[in-house]
Design a protein around this ligand. Structure first.
Ligand SMILES: C[S@@+](CC[C@H](N)C(=O)[O-])C[C@H]1O[C@@H](n2cnc3c(N)ncnc32)[C@H](O)[C@@H]1O
Length: 302
């Protein structure tokens, strides 16, 4: 006999939907997005704006490569693309594009994808072929499309599609799978020598409801991102700025997370700040470490 949810279950689902709707209707950031359809794709964009307003890690003209991990639907990428001059103000989407975005993340008109340089692991093809190998040639192509000359490379990775954004190369891949790092590496232009100035991670695994398992999953992600930083983050000494070489890392509050901060992050960065942006919902235990000044010393984390 097919499974049918009981009445109590339906009632609780509808109660939680009602709570969600009530929360959305009062949320000023949700209202701000709704009143400006060509504005940021995600509420998360406001978190990055706030973090950058406080720590100013995206403002430097010498930033040549940014990697955004867990990028879908693309709000953080929009903010970075603005800061790096690929777009001016909001990323203007046509009405059709905007409707597609609002309809879900899986909608990518093929022509646009080809123009902006996106690759999906569903394609069963080599991203380097699809994206026209790497670097400077691909950026020229972006410039031709947008008419706007940005000043560096932005690479976005997510399990989900990211609707195209000028200046952003997207990889639809699992960051935790071993080959993803190689693909990111291959998309970096030769001129940056395999190094990235800013690594952003807003990645979060789906919650299981089991607190221990959820924290473990979050720490697995933090460790994987740190290992990526060990190979690819540009050292502050080579930039000539004590706070250069930046990692922004989402995590969830827990004693194990605090240990990770102390043993792994503080050992390798000049300055590690914790921040829960005002735009992050109060009931969530999420927070961000903004780690500035990469001074690689110890080996990978826990
Ligand atoms: C909070 S959302 C990111 C929102 C994004 N910063 C924005 O502004 O639009 C978290 C994202 O992490 C992605 N994610 C979680 N685990 C991942 C993994 N192992 N590899 C790639 N992406 C992952 C999810 O698919 C989800 O899109």
């Amino acid at each position: 006999m097919p499974f049918r949810p009981g009445l109590a279950r339906l009632a609780s689902k509808s109660a939680s939907s009602t709570r969600w709707l009530a929360r959305q209707s009062k949320d000023p950031l949700v209202k701000q997005r709704a009143s400006n359809p060509s504005s940021y794709r995600s509420r998360s964009a406001f978190k990055l704006i706030e973090l950058d307003r406080t720590y100013k890690f995206l403002k430097h003209d010498d930033i040549r490569a940014v990697v955004d991990l867990g990028a879908a639907p693309g709000g953080w990428c929009q903010v970075v693309a603005e800061r790096m001059g690929w777009t001016v103000g909001d990323v203007k989407m046509s009405e059709a594009e905007d409707a597609a975005m609002r309809g879900g993340f899986g909608l990518k008109p093929d022509a646009k994808v080809a123009k902006y340089g996106s690759w999906s692991s569903d394609n069963n093809s080599d991203p380097l072929d699809e994206l026209g190998l790497n670097g400077d040639e691909a950026l020229e192509e972006d410039t031709a499309v947008t008419g706007q000359k940005g000043r560096g490379t932005i690479i976005a990775v997510d399990l989900l599609d990211v609707y195209p954004i000028p200046g952003v190369k997207t990889l639809k891949m699992d960051f935790l799978s071993p080959q993803t790092t190689e693909y990111i590496r291959a998309l970096l232009p030769a001129s940056v020598d395999g190094k990235v100035d800013v690594i952003l991670s807003d990645m979060a695994a789906n919650f299981t409801g089991n607190r221990v398992r959820d924290i473990e999953a979050s720490l697995d992600i933090c460790n994987a991102v740190f290992q990526f930083a060990q190979k690819h983050l540009r050292a502050s000494a080579s930039i000539g700025r004590t706070r250069g070489g930046v990692l922004v890392l989402k995590h969830f509050a827990h004693p194990l997370s605090m240990a990770f901060r102390k043993d792994v992050l503080e050992a390798n960065f000049h300055d590690v700040q914790y921040r829960k942006p005002d735009s992050s919902r109060g009931e969530s235990s999420e927070g961000y470490w903004v780690c500035m000044g990469w001074k690689p010393q110890s080996s990978a984390g826990t």
